[in-house]
Ligand binder design. Sequence first.
Ligand code: DGY
Length: 422
Amino acid sequence: MKDFIKEAKNILIGNRKEGYTLPTNSKLYPAQWNWDSGFIALGYSHFNLKFAFDEIKTLLRGQWKDGMIPHILFHDLNTNYYPNHSVWACGNKIHSSGITQPPVLAIILKKILDKNRIKDEEIKKIKNILNKVKKYHEWLINYRDPNYSGLVSILHPWESGYDNSPLWDDSMNEIKIEKKLKYKRGDNKVVNPNYRPLDIDYDRYVTIKNYLKKNKYNPKTLYHKSMFNVVDVGFNSIFLRANKDLLKLLKKFNLKYKKLQKYISHSENQITKLYNKKKNNFINLDLRNKKKIIIPSITNYFILFADIKDKKLNNKIIKNLKKYNSKEKFLFSSIKSSHSKFEEKRYWRGPVWINCNWIIYQGLKNKDKNFAKIIKKKTIDLVKKKGFHEYYSCKTGEAFGANNFSWTASLFLDLMLEEKYE
Ligand code: DGY
C-alpha cells in the first residue's frame, strides 16, 4: 500500500529552502507566501517541530516596521514570477509584496502550542513570536478598520487569497485599467492558462498594485483612497478566529490582551451584520462602490470557523452548507456549481481547494461532528485518489494547477494525524 503520510512529508521537505518552504516545486510560486506558510508550519509540526518554528520565524522576519506581514517574501531574487521583488520594490529586512493575506498564523500557533509541551527556556522565544503576531493584528485593526467598525477591509483581491473569485468581479469591473500598462505574466507559462486568471484580471491586479506603490503602500491613507476596498466574510472570519486564538495565547503567556479582547467582542457583534436574511447566508461588502456582494462562495461559510456564539445562526448556515455541494461528487467547490459564474477548472472560480475544506472542517468539529467527519473523509480520499495538487474539479476530481503542493500535503497530514492529539 502506498504510504501517503511519507509522501506528504517528502513533498514538504522537497519544497523546503533555508528556513522557509515554497508552495510547490513547480516554478509557479518561487517565494514564501503568508498563508501557505502558516498551513505549512502546521504540517511540519506533525514530524519536525524545528521546521515548523523555522517557517514561522522566517515569515516574521519579513514583518514590516509598522506591523504588516506581507503576502509574499522574496528570499531569492529570481524574477520569473510576476510581480516579483523588483516590481513591488518594498519590504523591511526581506524584499516583499506590499499587501497582506488571510492572517492564519495565530490559529496555527495555537494548534502547535496546544499539542506540544513548551520548555521553560523556550518561553521567551514564544513570547517574542506572540508579540509580533499581536503587532500584526493591531496593524489590521488600526489600518484596515480605521473607523473601528469591527470589520477589516482588503485592498487588493490578492489579499483574500482567492484572487479571481467571482466575488470580486463587480468591484474589479470598476477598476480603470492604467493606460500603457506594461508587464509580462509568468504564471500562464507554467500552468495551462485555462486554469489561471484571465489577462484582464491581471491588468486590474497590476493597476491596483501600481496605485498602491505610487502611494508608497501608506496604510494611513490607502484605506480611504484605494481602488478596491472590500469587507470579505472569509478574511474577517479567519481574523476573528485568529484574534480569539491569539487572546487565549496572550493570556496563557501572561501578555497584555485587554485591547484585543475588546475588539473581539465588537467584531463578534458586527460580523453578524454580514448575514443576509433573504439569502440566508453571509455576504460581502464592497465599501468602495457601496454595494453588497452576493455570490455563493465557499468562503462565506468560513463564518463557522469564527466560532460565533449564535447557535441558531450557525445551524442555519450548516443547513445551507449541506445543500451547497450536494449535486457534486467532490467537495467543496469554491463557487456553487449551479451559479452562472462557476468554472470547473479555473483557479478560484469553481475548483475544490484543500485549505477551504480544512477551514470548514475545523469550523464544524464542535458544531456538527458527523458532517465534519464526512468532510474529513472526502478530503482525504480526494487527495489519496488524485495526488497532492493545488486544486481539483468538484465533478471528476481531476487535478489542476501546481503539483506537489505544500499546503495540500500539510493539511492532509494534519487531517490524518490530528487524532493523535485530540
Ligand atoms: C498568484 O501569483 O497567483 C498568487 O495567488 C498571488 O498571490
